[in-house]
Ligand binder design. Structure first.
Ligand code: TXA
Ligand code: MG
Length: 305
């Protein structure tokens, strides 16, 4: 059920969460599927609904830095500086957990997410609210289409960033990028000096290394990256085109040449192409520059069959 996040909607959602149920809610990046992070049964329900493999850990969403610190065994200076600069916002920090192993935590900026954290008084484990390996949802409607059994979706309209948070491991000497995302590396470097990059994104998001080339963020259709979308291959099945400049291709989904605007519309465009029932999506490869890193990462993963 899609619910308006007014005072009554927030209260009902918070009640569900406190009772150990799951609720989908908007964040500034993508919609999340939330549950009480300390209720094992509730968290298990997230994994079941998403069909998510149990080895893939969840991001815990909290209201403020104090709540984040409480989850961490140690709180490095760099975490302080990053939190002061970018929280609330689309940055996830991986820290040593207060209990065992590591924990990923972020303070979301979206008003509805914040109201929900306040009203429930909980830390909320929340992955993107889609079936595992599917496209992340940027609207409440996307959530329901991917996860029709979710009991409640708070509708906060289209997500502003439209791409997931940047995940940064701050457990070591040098901060290490685990997932490029909404927050630009350039902005992070202004705080941290250097950032270690995973092999597959050095030089601007080359094809993911074998261990990480799992199909992820994928539409139903097969996705093919190419420099030239004007010569669409002959195919018996319908083909969709996704590009970002004025290429004269009939019926193409045309996104912005600005990487941030492109990212904001990417998942919605992939959802639209899936809705049209195309079997193949031809995508113009974005430039191999750092600003396009997050978009290229998602496209390469979606193309890795
Ligand atoms: O923007 C976002 O981050 C969205 C919204 C809802 O907050 N959430 C999201 O969650 O994208 P999810 O579960 O789809 O992606 C979480 C990522 C995964 O790549 C996961 O492997 C990684 O964070 N992660 C979680 N805990 C981790 C940990 N302890 N160490 C390393 N990576 C971790
Ligand atoms: Mg996800």
């Amino acid at each position: 059920m899609i619910v308006t996040p007014d005072a009554d909607g927030i209260r009902r959602a918070a009640d569900l969460l406190r009772a150990g149920s799951v609720v989908a809610f908007p964040t500034e990046t993508v919609y999340g599927l939330g549950a009480d992070a300390f209720n094992e049964r509730a968290v298990a329900e997230i994994y079941r609904l998403k069909n998510r493999p149990s080895w893939n850990p969840l991001i815990v969403h909290v209201a403020d830095v104090t709540a984040a610190r409480a989850l961490a065994r140690t709180w490095p200076d760099i975490a302080n500086e990053l939190a002061a600069q970018f929280w609330p916002g689309p940055l996830t920090l991986v820290l040593e957990s207060a209990t065992q192993g590591t924990i990923a935590v972020r303070v979301p900026a979206h008003e509805v997410a914040r109201n929900l954290l306040d009203a429930s008084g909980l830390a909320l484990a929340a992955p993107s609210a889609n079936r595992s390996e599917g496209i992340s949802p940027t609207t409440a409607q996307h959530v329901l289409r991917s996860l029709p059994d979710v009991p409640m979706v708070l509708d906060g309209g289209p997500a502003t960033w439209g791409i997931e948070s940047t995940v940064l491991d701050v457990t070591g000497e040098t901060p290490r990028l685990l997932r490029p995302g909404a927050l630009a590396l350039r902005d992070i470097r202004e705080v941290t000096g250097t950032v270690e990059l995973p092999d597959e994104v050095v030089d601007g998001a080359e094809r993911p290394s074998p261990g990480m080339s799992k199909r992820h963020y994928a539409p139903r259709a097969r996705l093919i990256l190419t420099d030239d979308v004007t010569t669409v291959p002959d195919a018996e099945e319908p083909v969709g085109v996704l590009t970002y400049e004025t290429a004269d291709v009939r019926g193409a989904e045309m996104l912005s040449v600005d990487p941030r605007e492109y990212a904001a519309d990417l998942y919605a465009a992939l959802h639209r192409l899936d809705d049209r029932g195309v079997a193949t999506i031809i995508v113009k490869t974005p430039p191999a520059t750092e600003e396009w890193m997050a978009v290229r990462d998602r496209l390469h993963r979606a193309a890795a069959a």
